[in-house]
Every structure is written in structure tokens, then in C-alpha cells.
Design a protein around this ligand. Structure first.
Ligand code: UFG
Length: 342
């Protein structure tokens, strides 16, 4: 029998990392989770253990700490790393650029350095649709030119993609995939893991669910005068479990030696644009409640519309988003209710 493959997940206690751990285990992989808990809770690792019934190795490690990372590489036998560990607040990155460049880039370069030192082949990097900026053509394909980043956060995603591309070209045993996520939303159907933003949420769906739960008084819809069908921004909201499954498909491609080059990029979205207003009214409808919301001025830095052309992921990875927006918004509300004890 073939030995089980093991995947190291940095940032595995976070929102996307925890859901990906569950799906990898379901697909027959072993996982090792590391996280510095700077924006996550150990409870989510416990949630993954409860969903999967497996005792997952977890270590509190900061990927910026090279010595600590080296011990993890020495201790565990994995051939693939998924690197989620990063700061992700766009506004904060504008106010504190050095914090973002230092954390997001040093941690990633440390990972690649360790891959090289220990001869481990596969790196999967968490990139973002933010690399496309305000794209000239929609939907965006992986070949749509990237626009200059509008925030240090976005710049770290572009730079890390380039670092990975260059390192894969230079180092014989290294292979890389960057997944460009659109807008991840929802929670695991068990409601045992989900998104746990600290403080006031920046993102739409956590703000919606917290408003429904009475934690926030009123949702502001940022801009109703965009050149879109209902005047509010268009995004591509991808269910978190679907997104996690895209990681499994990418890991499989790497571990089975199916990559065509040494570095590949895939969009991970649904391929369908949804407006902010449409998301809000769908949330109200599927959960049978009324949300307190008002129209508000545009938010600086928002692009009017961005959604994915997912043909490449569909055809090459054999992956496609399955979950409906309705089911996703139900899971988001179930999770919020559980967190709030409602
Ligand atoms: N929005 C509101 N009210 C809110 C929060 C958001 O109306 O309280 C709107 C935004 O204006 C935007 C849409 O909801 O039109 C989605 O906003 P999010 O903040 O949830 O997501 P973004 O598309 O702005 O952000 C995502 C990722 C970032 C990434 C960014 C840029 O979360 O990591 O895309 O591509 F950098």
C-alpha cells in the first residue's frame, strides 16, 4: 500500500486553513498544523479534530522564526506545504506597511528556504484576486494582466507569487502552485469551524452575520452608485468548503506529479458575479430574517466589479464550485449563531 502523504499547513488554525485541513484528511492525507495564533484560535484545531475524529499534530510556531520552522521540518516528514499564514487586513496594511512586508514576505521566504534545505518539493501559496486590481476585462483569467497593487497587502500577494515563480525556476526540486482566491465565505456545515474575525469585521459576510446576531447595529453598504446592475459592487463569493476542496485538487496535482511546468496559477471562484445588495437580500431570504442596513458612501480602494473565469481550474484541476450561495449563507448564519450561543 502506498504510504499516506503528509501536508504541512501554516496558518492551519485560521479560517481557510482549518477548512482545508478537514478536506485534506477526508481525501486521505495526513496533516500537520502550525500557527502562531496571532489572528486565530486553537479552538479551530479542536474543531477540525472533532469533525475528522483525528488527533492532528499542532504546534504554535511563527513562520517568521526560522529556527522554530527548521525544527518543524526536522520533526515531520511531509512533502507538501500549504502556506496560509499571513496578515490580511487591507486597511491595516496601508497604515502599517512594514508590519505586512515583514510578516507576509519573511514568513514565505522562510518556508521556501526550508523546502530547499530539506529537499521538500511542493509549495502551495494562498494568493488573492486582489492581484488583478481594477481589471480591464471581466471575468478575469489567469492571463489577465495584474495591475499595480493598491495596498501593501496586495503587494505582498503579488511579490510572493513572483518569489515562488522565481524560486521554482531556479531550484531543481521545487514546484509551486498559487491559488488566487476570490471572496471566501460561509462555514463548515457542522458549524464547528468558521470565520472568527477579531474586532469589527472588514469583510461583508461576517459583518452581515454579526448584524443579524445583534452584535453590530447596522450594516453599511459601501456605494450604490457604481456602474453595475443595481449600483452596488460585484464580487465572486466562493464557499469555504469549495475553496478547501480546490486545495485538495491542487495538492493532488502536485503529489501525483501531474504539473505541466514548475509553477502554476489558478483562479478559485464560482465564475458568477453577485452584488452586495443581492447577497444581503439572499441572506435575509434563506435565513428568514430582516437585516438592518443602509446605503453608505463608497469605501476607498474598492473595485466596482471582479469575478473569476474558472475554466482553468475546472479543466486542469478537475475542480468546480458546487455549493449554492443560498447554502453558503445558511452555513454562515449557523456558524454565527453557534459562536454567539443563539
Ligand atoms: N462591503 C460593504 N459593507 C461592509 C463590508 C463590505 O458594503 O461592511 C462591500 C464592499 O464594499 C465590497 C463587498 O462588500 O463591495 C465585498 O467586500 P469584502 O471586504 O468582503 O471583500 P473585498 O472584495 O473588498 O476583499 C477581498 C478580500 C481581500 C482582498 C480584496 C481585494 O477579502 O483579501 O478582496 O481583491 F484584498
Amino acid at each position: 500500500m502506498e504510504a499516506k502523504k503528509t501536508v504541512l499547513i501554516s496558518g492551519g488554525a485560521g479560517y481557510i486553513g482549518s477548512h482545508t485541513a478537514v478536506e485534506l484528511i477526508g481525501a486521505g492525507y495526513d496533516v500537520v498544523v502550525i500557527d502562531n495564533l496571532s489572528n486565530s484560535e486553537e479552538a479551530s484545531v479542536e474543531g477540525v479534530r472533532r469533525i475528522t475524529g483525528r488527533d492532528i499534530p499542532f504546534e504554535i510556531v511563527d513562520t517568521c522564526d526560522m529556527a522554530a520552522l527548521r525544527s518543524v521540518f526536522a520533526k515531520y516528514d511531509f512533502d507538501t506545504v500549504i502556506h496560509f499564514a499571513a496578515f490580511k487586513a487591507v486597511g491595516e496594511s496601508v497604515a502599517e506597511p512594514l508590519k505586512y512586508y515583514a510578516n507576509n514576505l519573511v514568513s514565505f521566504m522562510n518556508i521556501v528556504e526550508m523546502m530547499k534545505e530539506f529537499g521538500r518539493p511542493n509549495v502551495l501559496f494562498s494568493s488573492s484576486a486582489t492581484v488583478y486590481g481594477d481589471a480591464e476585462t471581466l471575468p478575469v483569467t489567469e492571463l489577465t494582466p495584474r495591475k499595480p497593487a493598491t495596498s501593501p497587502y496586495g503587494n505582498t500577494k503579488q511579490m510572493a507569487e513572483d518569489i515562488l515563480r522565481d524560486c521554482c525556476a531556479a531550484y531543481a526540486g521545487l514546484y509551486g502552485i498559487a491559488l488566487r482566491y476570490f471572496n471566501p465565505v460561509g462555514a463548515h456545515p457542522s458549524a464547528l469551524i468558521g470565520e472568527l474575525p477579531r474586532g469589527v469585521p472588514n469583510n461583508l459576510v461576517p459583518f452581515v452575520t454579526q448584524t443579524a446576531a445583534g452584535v453590530r447595529e447596522c450594516l453599511s453598504i459601501f456605494g450604490d452608485d457604481y456602474d453595475t446592475p443595481d449600483g452596488t459592487c460585484l464580487r465572486d463569493y466562493i464557499d469555504i468548503v469549495d475553496l478547501a476542496c480546490a486545495h485538495v485538487a491542487a495538492v493532488r496535482r502536485m503529489t501525483e506529479g501531474k504539473m505541466e511546468g514548475k509553477f502554476e496559477i489558478f483562479n478559485v471562484g464560482t465564475g458568477h458575479p453577485v452584488s452586495v445588495l443581492e447577497l444581503v437580500t439572499t441572506f435575509e431570504k434563506v435565513n428568514g430574517l430582516k437585516l438592518n442596513y443602509r446605503m453608505a458612501p463608497r469605501r476607498a480602494g474598492d473595485v466596482p466589479a471582479v469575478w473569476a473565469d474558472t475554466s482553468r481550474a475546472n479543466e486542469v484541476l478537475g475542480w468546480k464550485a458546487e455549493c449554492s450561495l443560498e447554502d453558503t449563507l445558511r452555513s454562515a448564519w449557523e456558524w454565527e449563531k453557534r459562536v454567539r450561543g443563539l
